[in-house]
Design a binder for this molecule. Structure first.
Ligand code: HPA
Length: 254
């Protein structure tokens, strides 16, 4: 089953048919909100609003461990994560969709592993390629089939938030090689890997990062919301096309 983690905008989108809501409790506490079971392109899927109903959990307080655990327990076998980001590179303008292939983690103080001692044996997961290559490729293929332009690479810088960055911080991230900046990508991606769940990011550039483009003085919250509203349908169509193609390849192999 496909899991989609995203903002409430996507979970409420017409492309996804919701059928059943289930409150999920895990050994790590409660997930951000109910799991929404439904269908995308005729394929069963589960959706989770990362920030909870009514956007109540800020990025540093999202219970990432409970979220991924709950999705896996519910039968998810792959996770597409939708995330709003700031654009750092020149080609990452507001409204652009990007499927990054690398991550740099600048977060701190988050519950970021399932292997934190106790009775669980320590494991050092490989994270050389933080996103699942086949899942990324399949999402890129879906976007191409739809003629939906997406940036097919990029380095996602995960910052702590909830405040946005300074101009100097973004300049540093750019020097480090980051092209996108967001607050929720980590530890989400690493926890998915610990649970052996294929995971990929569909990033929507909501605004120019601080000091870039028109963000030289300030970033407008209203403009961010507007861009996200406009982009949600395009993201949903990519996921729907991917789900349809997966349905076909499953039928071919069985
Ligand atoms: N910085 C960090 N996270 C974000 C941004 C940003 O500019 N825009 C959306 N999420």
């Amino acid at each position: 089953m496909l899991a989609v983690i995203g903002g409430s905008g996507v979970v409420g989108s017409a492309v996804f048919e919701m059928k059943r809501r289930v409150v999920a409790r895990t050994p790590y506490g409660e997930a951000s909100g109910p799991l929404n079971f439904g269908e995308i392109s005729g394929r069963t899927a589960v959706f989770l609003a990362r920030h909870g109903p009514g956007h109540i959990h800020p990025p540093h307080q999202v219970n990432y461990r409970a979220n991924l655990w709950a999705l896996k327990e519910a039968g998810a076998r792959e996770v597409v994560s939708i995330a709003a980001v700031g654009g750092i590179d020149d080609d990452c303008a507001p409204g652009v969709i990007a499927i990054p292939d690398q991550i740099i983690d600048y977060t701190s103080g988050r519950e970021h592993t399932y292997f934190d001692g106790g009775d669980r044996q320590v494991r050092h997961i490989d994270f050389t390629l933080p996103y699942h290559t086949a899942l990324r490729d399949a999402l890129i293929a879906a976007a191409r089939r739809l003629d939906e332009p997406v940036i097919e690479r990029g380095c996602y810088a995960a910052t702590q938030g909830p405040r946005l960055e300074t101009t100097a911080e973004i300049a540093r991230l750019a020097r480090d090689g980051a092209s996108l900046v967001g607050m929720t990508g980590m530890p989400e991606a690493a926890l998915a890997r610990e649970l052996e769940l294929p995971y990929a990011h569909l990033c929507v550039v909501a605004n120019w990062a601080a000091g870039r483009g028109d963000s030289t003085i300030a970033i407008s919250h209203d403009a961010i919301e507007q861009t996200m509203r406009e982009s949600v349908t395009r993201v949903a169509r990519i996921i729907a096309n991917y789900a349809a193609s997966r349905g076909e390849s499953l039928r071919e192999t069985h």
